[in-house]
Structures are given as C-alpha cells and as structure tokens.
Design a protein. Structure first.
Length: 329
C-alpha cells in the first residue's frame, strides 16, 4: 500500500496535508482559525473527485473559492451588525435613516475587516494571500463551470467503484475459502479490469455510443484509473455504500450554510473515515498496492460487507488465465 500524506499541485507545491485534514474533519483536533474545517472539507471532497492534482487544479481552486465565499459571508455579517447598531442609534436620536448608506467596497473596507475581524484576516492570510491573493481566482472557472466539471467527473466514478468492488469482494470471499479455487494474484488490478470487461465484451456499440449494459473498454478503465486511483477507496464508499460526500454546488446561495452543517456532522464524518480505514486495512492485509490516507487509530473502524460471487461471476474469474491477453486487442 502507498501512503498519501502531502497533496501537491502541478508544480509540486503542497496544497494540503491529507492526514491532517482527516484529523481536522474527524474533529480530532480544533480549528486553527474560524472556517478552516469548512474550507478543508469542501477541498477534500473536491480532491476525491479530482485527485489527479498534478494534472488538474480543482483541489486548489476549491480552497480559493470556498475561502472567498466564506470571506463574503464574514463581510456581510460584520457590516450588517455594524449597520444595525448605526440604525439603532439613529432611531434613538430621531435622525433620518438612509437604508442605502453602506460602506463601499474599497481598500479601506478590506483594511477595516482585516483589523476588526480575526477570522477574515486568518482566512485571507492563510488561504488566499499565500495563493497570490484574489487575483488567483481569475484562473479558476466560474462557480457554474466548476459545478459542471464536478458532475461530469461523478458520472464516471462508477468505473473506479466497480474495480475496487471486485478486489474487495475477492479479498473477503476468496482468500482462505477452501470452496473456491483462489489465485494469490486474483485481487490485483489486472484481474479487476478483466472481471469488469469480460462478461459484456461482445455487446455491440451503436453509432459510437456504448449501451448502458456494456462495460467501457479496458483502455477507458485504465485512463480513468490513472486519474482517480489516489482517491479510489473514498470513491468506492461514496458510490457503493451510500456515503454522501461529493462536493455540493458552489453556485448556490446557501453554499457556505450547507458546508458548515455538513462539516460539523461529526457522527457522519467519523462513520465515513471509519469505513475508509476498515477498507484500507483490508487491502493492506492482502498486500494491496493502492494509495491510502492514514486514519487516526482513535476512530472506530466501521465494517463494510460485500456480496459473495455468483456462479456466473466465478466462471468469469476462471476465464482470466486463458483470455486476459485479449484485453490488449
């Protein structure tokens, strides 16, 4: 197994420490500043969908966009509170109230926030300033385009899920099972490719479109595996076991509110990381070659059950030695 710790970008510059983020999201350590958990939560969810950080910038953009949205929330609350106080004083003094009299978006406004609001200053300095300031957002997609890219990726995640599902089922139901003829390499990646491809290989595609009942080609599987192998175990839990940990839409008026609720759902996050740790350790015991993020031992492991192979599935597995070379044709 290959341990993941520091997640870096295309220039090999660190984006975040995966183990530290898991500890933070599991509520095993406190926030270093207000908003840290919410920002890292969305970034981590985005990384699961775009774990090919040396090829894409979505995990980095997620940090910037969430930080900017959080600053906007702090700004609104800060000046709304000040405005309420000002209106109250004017009413007491029987002055004419001008509802349009709000601080303009000037440098002074930002400086005021930096001075009076510690959370604003911390988020800007730690998350936005070190990435080049607000100008760095010019390189990010619009919120709508960002959401669309996430949904497009999610539509392909089933490919990764199917490969992991086969491998975990083989570990749980074939290793040590005297009733099944077990190949010690039967749980590896190549066997998984074959298992997913072989049963529907003869179904014909029509006009360049793959029927829903037909597996994608092994070439396509390999291409998507290369993109998402670092987060494959997280994807498996989301797709196969109902963990709702995909990124929520940025282009939503209640984005930060939803993010705060989800990132503070300690029970669900502990369940998610506990299940992840259980699956990662199962592969580790089977001498798997997958990437994994270390999960604190203090988080209870949540067992994940899989179904045994049917007779037809065992027949597919038995065809590997004779036919695996056909995957390259």
């Amino acid at each position: 197994m290959r341990r993941l710790k520091i997640i870096s970008d295309q220039m090999h510059i660190p984006i975040f420490d995966a183990e530290d983020v898991v500890t933070l999201l599991s509520h095993k350590r406190d926030e270093k500043f207000e908003g840290e958990r919410a920002v890292r939560f969305f970034q981590f969810r985005t990384w699961i969908v775009f774990s090919d950080t040396t090829e894409t910038n979505y995990a980095k953009w997620a940090e910037l966009m969430t930080a900017a949205k959080y600053l906007e929330r702090l700004e609104e609350h800060h000046f709304a509170d000040n405005e309420s106080e000002r209106l109250r004083r004017q009413e007491e003094e029987s002055l004419l109230v001008n509802l349009n009299d709000k601080p303009p978006h000037t440098t002074q406004r930002i400086l005021t926030l930096m001075k009076d609001n510690n959370a604003y200053r911390q988020i800007y300095d730690r998350l936005i300033g070190r990435r080049g300031g607000f100008l760095a957002l010019l390189h990010a997609p619009s919120p709508a385009d960002f959401d669309r890219a996430i949904h497009d990726r999610i539509d392909r995640m089933h490919i990764i899920c199917d490969l992991i599902d086969y491998r975990l089922r083989y570990i749980q139901h074939c290793f040590g099972n005297s009733k099944v003829s077990t190949d010690r390499d039967g749980a590896n990646h190549n066997h998984a490719l074959f298992f997913c491809w072989w049963p529907t290989r003869e179904i014909q595609s029509k006009r360049g479109r793959t029927p829903s009942s037909k597996s994608v080609t092994t070439k396509t599987m390999r291409a998507w595996w290369k993109k998402l192998e670092r987060s494959a175990l997280f994807i498996y839990l989301i797709q196969k076991h109902g963990f709702d940990q995909v990124p929520m839409d940025v282009d939503d008026d209640f984005f930060i509110d939803g993010l705060l609720r989800s990132s503070n759902d300690t029970a669900e996050l502990l369940r998610f990381f506990g299940a992840y740790a259980y699956v990662a350790e199962a592969f580790h015991e089977a001498h798997g070659d997958l990437y994994y993020v270390s999960v604190p031992a203090s988080i209870p492991r949540i067992p994940i059950s899989t179904s045994p192979f049917s007779r037809s599935e065992l027949e597919t597995i038995s065809q590997y030695d004779e036919h695996y070379l056909e995957m390259t044709q």
